[in-house]
Design a binder for this molecule. Structure first.
Ligand code: HEC
Ligand code: HEC
Ligand code: HEC
Ligand code: HEC
Length: 407
């Protein structure tokens, strides 16, 4: 929409668009959707690396024509598909990252850069230099088997090379998957960077953070907002003025027909079981999955009270949001999802929609035969924060919330 409104639009993504749990099927659909958005450039985040080396290199190919020193050229306002990938999965015009390298010990690609570090978008009077970087901190908790095949150069070293101005008038934009606190340090260390578009920490910046002359912007996660930065530059590539907004992606916005089709394809594949269900052990594996109706047989009063709580209707909201095929939502809005005998789909396991008894009362099958001996384990705050985490329940307060669920 913005592309139709104004000229010289560049669209970027700064990583973590793939799921936070390894789910290659879902990742394929997301990459199709990314491609349909036609980003000019993206940088990758830690989540893109989760599915391992071959998935990564298949979907984020190294394009021969982009290998240094020939910088990729982005034509302002015109999205170009990489020529050697007409039908592939390449999610953007170019992937930029200046500090990920193959290992020195890799006998074939010994120490080579994985991606080009920068790209140039030219205007009549100046150039926009776009760079990409990831902070090593973003991968701190990654298991070695996932990151054993590449190395990350310290960002200071990499950025010193990337931001050297080859010609006079350049406006420098950094796509950074590093988190807000590292982005601040970058802005302090490299004042020549004009704009940092951050990622990783999912920080919701209502206004750009300004350090020296550098503007830092970032949008929170899950595609809830698109950040729009309108810049007016002088002929010398100096910033004259800017306007920034976080545009909320509300359900009222018109749907993109391409992306709607991709979602429908995914839903269809999920529904017809073409997609294996990822195992998300939200509900502890060692306990039994049973529907609320099973518990009701002996606990009618608690059942009636539970019916009055939002847990008994937690499925409705994801139906409304058209998310019933999204494992990332099912894991907390249904019963036993990811468990061998847990929720599968509405047709097969209609009794396991919503958050039922066992999600709070971890129970063994023996309880029903010997209720006085085998009892569900006592509830604690940990029982709740499994679902009521910072992200999905920011106002959660155990003492207050518990009062609303007691039977
Ligand atoms: C066949 C009847 C029966 C069924 C079915 C049953 N329970 Fe119970 N449950 C009991 C009885 C009886 C007690 C009381 C035990 C006692 O106080 O010694 C009990 C106690 C409990 C308690 C309190 C435990 C405690 O420490 O005091 C919880 C929680 C509970 N049941 C949850 C469940 C859940 C969840 C289900 C469904 C998976 C369920 N029950 C199914 C009979 C049943
Ligand atoms: C880690 C568990 C978890 C996951 C994953 C999760 N939710 Fe939730 N969701 C919750 C909890 C807990 C609440 C209740 C928050 C509160 O009121 O404090 C909630 C509330 C909501 C609400 C607000 C309900 C209302 O009436 O205000 C919506 C909408 C929602 N979730 C949609 C989703 C969608 C869509 C997804 C998948 C993209 C999702 N959730 C994934 C746990 C989760
Ligand atoms: C959101 C969490 C939650 C859900 C869902 C839930 N309970 Fe409870 N239940 C509690 C809490 C909290 C207690 C208080 C006892 C404790 O702290 O263990 C409790 C207590 C109980 C007890 C012990 C007697 C009593 O009333 O205090 C039984 C029996 C019980 N629940 C059955 C059920 C049944 C049956 C369902 C499903 C229809 C259910 N619960 C759903 C949180 C929950
Ligand atoms: C399996 C995931 C899950 C677990 C475990 C869970 N909840 Fe929830 N809870 C939800 C979801 C999802 C919602 C939102 C439902 C909706 O609004 O549609 C919710 C909503 C609530 C609400 C209503 C909040 C509001 O804004 O009105 C309260 C209160 C609550 N939960 C308390 C608890 C407590 C206390 C525990 C632990 C004893 C607990 N929940 C355990 C998933 C869970």
């Amino acid at each position: 929409m913005v592309r139709e409104e104004v000229e010289n639009v560049l669209a970027f993504d700064t990583g973590d668009f793939l799921p936070a749990i390894p789910d290659s099927e879902r990742a394929e659909y997301i990459i199709r959707a990314m491609k349909s958005v036609q980003y000019d450039a993206i940088t990758v985040g830690d989540q893109e690396l989760l599915l391992g080396e071959s998935f990564f290199l298949n979907h984020f190919p190294r394009l021969e024509q982009y290998i240094q020193p020939n910088l990729p050229i982005i034509i302002l306002g015109k999205y170009l598909l990489p020529t050697n990938d007409e039908n592939g999965n390449f999610p953007a015009n170019v992937v930029l990252n200046g500090n990920m390298l193959f290992k020195e010990s890799d006998s074939v690609r010994r120490g080579e850069m994985i991606f080009p570090s920068t790209a140039i978008a030219n205007t009549a009077s100046f150039a926009v230099r776009i760079c990409g970087v990831i902070a090593p901190e973003a991968l701190l908790f990654f298991p070695m088997d996932i990151r054993g095949w590449f190395e990350i150069k310290p960002w200071r070293e990499a950025l010193a090379e990337m931001t050297i101005q080859v010609e006079g008038n350049e406006f420098i934009v950094l796509l950074s998957h590093s988190g807000l606190s590292v982005d601040r340090e970058i802005a302090e260390a490299f004042p020549q960077i004009d704009v940092i578009i951050g990622g990783h920490s999912q920080s919701k910046l209502e206004e750009p953070l300004i350090i020296g002359k550098t503007l830092i912007i970032q949008t929170p996660g899950s595609g809830r907002f698109v950040g729009r930065l309108d810049l007016k530059l002088t002929n010398n590539a100096d910033l004259e003025n800017y306007q920034y907004s976080l545009v909320p992606m509300t359900p009222e916005l018109p749907s993109d027909t391409n992306i709607t089709r991709i979602i429908e394809d995914y839903e269809h594949a999920f529904f017809t079981d073409k997609i294996p269900r990822p195992h998300i052990p939200v509900y502890p594996d060692s306990f039994e999955v049973a529907s609320a109706e099973v518990c009701r047989r002996c606990h009618e009063w608690q059942y009636q009270q539970w019916q009055e709580t939002p847990h008994a209707h937690a499925f409705e909201i994801i139906v409304e949001r058209r998310k019933i095929y999204n494992p990332g939502c099912l894991s907390c809005h249904t019963t036993g999802f990811g468990h061998d005998s847990g929720y599968v789909c509405q047709d097969d396991t209609p009794q396991l929609i919503n958050v039922s008894c066992i999600e709070c009362h971890y129970s063994l099958p023996g309880h029903r035969a010997n209720p006085h001996i085998i009892k569900p384990i006592p509830i604690s705050k940990e029982t709740c924060v499994r679902c009521h985490n910072n992200r999905n329940s920011p106002d959660f307060n155990y003492e207050k919330y518990i009062l609303e669920v007691l039977h």
